[in-house]
Write a protein that binds this ligand. Sequence first.
Ligand SMILES: Nc1ncnc2c1ncn2[C@@H]1O[C@H](COP(=O)(O)OP(=O)(O)OP(=O)(O)O)[C@@H](O)[C@H]1O
Ligand SMILES: [Mg+2]
Length: 305
Amino acid sequence: MSSLLEIISLSKVYKISRGLFTHTYHPAVRKVSFSIKEREVFGLIGESGSGKTTIGKLILRLEKPTEGSIKLRGEDIRNMGKEYTKKVSAVFQDPFSSLNPYMKVRQIIEEPLLIHKFGDRGRRVEDVAQMVKLPKYLLDRKPQELSGGQRQRVAIARAVSLSPELIVADEPTASLDATVRKEILDLFAELKEGGISTLLITHDIRAVERIADRLAIIYSGMLMEMGTKDQVLKDPKHPYTKYLLENVPVRHPKERKVRVQEEGVQEVIHKGCPFYWLCSQKMEACKQSIKEEVLDGRFVACNLY
Ligand SMILES: Nc1ncnc2c1ncn2[C@@H]1O[C@H](COP(=O)(O)OP(=O)(O)OP(=O)(O)O)[C@@H](O)[C@H]1O
Ligand SMILES: [Mg+2]
């Protein structure tokens, strides 16, 4: 499997205004590097606020990186024109707000085809509906007349309509119940067989267990561990990965019993490990720097190794 999308030392710092004349900076993504291969489901896992959506937005060119770059088949995505939106498409968490309520399903799926002047659009809409197992009779309904799972199938049909190489799926099953969630995840596995890779963004490490090939774990905008699904789930190395696996479902950071101490946070954010305050195996060195290691082909950012 060769590399499809390469993320190289990507950082995104948001400027947050604190009043009329003052502002502060928030590093949402910090020097993150990974690559997504052809025909793979790549899981990007992290808790709320860890920077997952920001990485998705940077890949979709909805945000500009502060530093670093992204390459699709070796070409910097900043230099690519409209054809990039054909090659990389998106599916979002809430199909209620991402689908236009005034359009029929048929028009929703057709819209990207129109933008890219696709030939036989009527036929293509029916083909992709079939591909995502959306019954034909639903094409003439509006999104609000569909179930949550059916709406997400519409969003996926729209995303695959132009035969992309990669789908960025940001929490695509978070609003669905367990049975429908499984069906939608299976769909991404089937699309992979058809040659479409997926970046599957989720806070739920168990949700990707069945279908992901490789996983990247991020915390506070930093890549903590990355490897094959078995490496990460069956033999986790990073204390944060272990923490995630022991605390499923992951609590919202605000609900944690152990609160991050405010004092010294800035220092650690800029130099050391962001997981320092919660880590059961922390060392003095972790306040200052993090060692990055590759162990049996898996990446770990931790001073224990
Ligand atoms: N436009 C923005 N301006 C300022 N800060 C932002 C902006 N977008 C995101 N952030 C901050 O960046 C951090 C990462 O946000 P992001 O939405 O990427 O997290 P996430 O991992 O997707 O979280 P969730 O699981 O809740 O969706 C958060 O602290 C967030 O508050
Ligand atoms: Mg998000």
